[in-house]
Design a protein around this ligand. Sequence first.
Ligand code: WQD
Length: 351
Amino acid sequence: MSKILVTGGCGYIGSHTIIDLVENGYEVISVDNNSRSNQVILKGVEQITGQKIKNYKVDLCDFDDTYAIFQENTDIEGIIHFAAYKAVGESVEKPLMYFENNLVSLINLLKCVKEFNIPYFVFSSSCTVYGNADEIPVTEKTPPKPAESPYGYTKQMSEQIVNEFTKSSGMQCIILRYFNPAGAHPSAIIGEMPLGKPQNLVPGITQTAIGRIEKMSVHGSDYPTRDGSCIRDYIHVCDLAHAHTLALKYLKDGSNADQCEVFNLGSGNGVSVLEAIQSFEKVSGQKLNYELGPRRPGDVVAIYANNDLARSVLGWDPAYTLDDIMSTAWKWEQRLKADETVFSNQSGELN
Ligand code: WQD
């Protein structure tokens, strides 16, 4: 059985990807220092898959600790690298923390790839690398503009590091540019667990609806868009997860034409903030308490994906709709409220 190392395996996209990998026959181990995640999520993964997933609670910025994982697991065939800080606003306040964490962890991993001849590497990137694109929908060939935040720069720089590294090694790599990941596993056993007040729209909507947030603010209603609010491409986390399994298969089959290929992972549909709210109100049957507030610095006006390449080359076919995103996110938020004790347990054990 092929063993895959998932970094950030206790995170939102990492945990959902582990489920898809296991369901497709992979053996998976995780490395996650739990600085932004809770190991309890792997109990949920185990509940869904029946597989106990080992997590190495290691900071990838510590080279020796990272190296030791590979010494202990000499049969790692591939790495899916999620672990990174990803809060746009925080990155503006603490740029050095973002550059150090996101780049040193990647470089340490690639040093181990070199040392242990790991053949396959899938890198978690983001549509943020496009900045305020001149043309939308964006394709993989759309030239990147200056990033809107240090977080965005770490993704642009990481892509360059990975690309350059493949030229000096035998590593075969796929870079996946996520648009806006959202929603939760349909079982409502796992989902997004933002630390503190959520920055992202969908958890902001569901936490407002459940009463954890008094009133949500729409960040800007005077943009040059069809209803004045920003346009994004929301993609269900389970669709996103499956794309990673397809990317690994593509590499293992030797189908990749180049050593480092890039794919957009978005639904291909542009949705405004107000349209997203309308979708939530429709599926939940609840009116959302929100106001039209000021613009948020760093926001791009509109971006959504041309996902033809992932569809035609990887065979990716995103199945979940915007309504599915909202209904699964809402079901998960209601589960979190019902089982507050379950997720407040920091020991990582499900009560
Ligand atoms: C979406 C839209 C907000 C909250 C970022 C990163 C991207 C990825 C996803 C990591 C924007 C508006 C939001 C709220 C609002 N991160 N909004 N009220 O900024 O498009 O993307 O997160 O992988 O790389 O750049 O996502 O969900 O924060 O915002 O009006 O309470 O919703 O202004 O227009 P974003 P988001």
